[in-house]
Design a protein around this ligand. Structure first.
Ligand code: FMN
Length: 335
């Protein structure tokens, strides 16, 4: 039956942002409806893109694909279960030749759409003799940086659209076999495989155990100068909670039982990974993180339960070397 507007739920965008999680458990017996996948792709297609060049493409794959085994060999080990339980995989691609081959037409569509105007100084001759040739002279590495950023925008919009439709998503690394995805799909050399995206109906609760802790707002955002904390508007935190954008932080009650139940159902190991006691204590005292009561309480329980690993000594040298290379004081991590 054809989809109609009344089939599509009305979820406010701020609430969809709040509802989004990276889901890692999917119901292997449920297939996401084509129209929902297509709506997610539409959301990607409508994302902002430089000069309207439409560099982001995607290949949609299901498990009946002849390429499935090859794909499975490429996905990072910790994502194998995820792809095999998901309903669809979306391989997001970035077409570098859109930059070199479509800038002219992309800008022309913008002019014809009433978006590029003389008001802002656009001028055909200057555009064709200066702007476009300059853009087209960029080396592919620079173009790749620019275009992958906008593919990210498309993917983010697609994930939010899926969230609004009650569909779970997660981005997944395909690091096991570099170049393997490009080879499986026989992509022309000007295409980059930007990211893999698994889609499905979650088996875990739609809150996936709660919103994940982030670094504090005023540590991430700066007021006019880097390092000067931007204070959030008065009352906003509560207002955003009222709109379900900011939601209860993980872990919600029952999360660990849920993980163990799912593990038992699929004959996998129960439990989560633990960090050493000293590391957990340090993290809980780190004022950069926005830790609410749920995670603090859980950390206390983990510490009380004990049986935590030690920091692997062989990592010290590696951490120290790598962090020093990047000008980071490693002492707090290695004390
Ligand atoms: C570009 C990108 C790649 C990611 N790759 C993986 C992955 O390979 N496996 C995985 O389990 N999660 C992956 N994630 C999910 C993040 O770990 C996740 O966003 C993080 O746990 C925060 O949780 P949230 O998305 O539920 O807020 C990825 C996220 C992004 C943005």
């Amino acid at each position: 039956m054809a989809v109609s507007a009344s089939d599509i739920p009305d979820v406010p965008v701020l609430e969809a942002i709040g509802n989004r999680r990276s889901f890692r458990y999917y119901d292997p017996s449920r297939t996401v409806e084509d129209w929902k996948i297509h709506t997610m792709l539409q959301a990607g297609r409508l994302a902002s893109c430089q000069g309207n060049i439409n560099a982001t493409e995607a290949i949609v794959v299901t498990k009946d694909s002849d390429l499935w085994d090859e794909i499975e060999e490429c996905v990072s080990g910790f994502n194998v279960q995820i792809i095999n339980q998901s309903s669809h995989l979306i391989f997001w691609l970035t077409n570098l030749n859109a930059w070199y081959g479509r800038a002219n037409d992309g800008l022309s569509t913008l002019a014809l759409s009433g978006a590029l105007t003389k008001y802002h100084g656009w001028n055909y001759e200057f555009t064709m003799t200066q702007t476009v040739p300059r853009l087209m002279s960029f080396p592919t590495e620079r173009t790749e940086n620019l275009l992958r950023f906008e593919s990210g925008q498309a993917v983010a919009q697609s994930m939010l659209a899926g969230t609004a439709l009650g569909v779970g998503s997660i981005l997944i690394a395909f690091g096991r076999k570099p170049g393997g995805v490009e080879k499986a799909f026989n992509l022309p050399p000007h295409y980059r495989f930007t990211w893999g995206h698994a889609v499905g109906y979650p088996l875990e609760d739609m809150a996936a155990g709660g919103q994940r802790a982030r670094i504090k707002f005023d540590r991430l955002f700066h007021d006019g100068a880097h390092g000067k904390p931007l204070q959030m508007a008065d009352g906003l935190e509560d207002a955003l909670k009222g709109k379900n954008m900011i939601q209860a932080q993980a872990p919600l009650p029952g999360r660990y039982e849920e993980i163990d139940r799912l593990a038992a159902e699929f004959s996998r190991d129960p439990g989560v990974v633990s960090w050493p006691a000293k590391e957990i204590e340090r993290l809980m005292n780190d004022d950069d993180w926005d830790f609410g009561p749920n995670i603090r309480e859980h950390a206390k329980k983990v510490l009380a339960d004990g049986d935590l690993p030690d920091y692997p000594d062989e990592m010290r040298e590696t951490f120290e070397k790598l962090m020093t290379e990047h000008g980071i004081d490693a002492s707090k991590y290695l004390s």
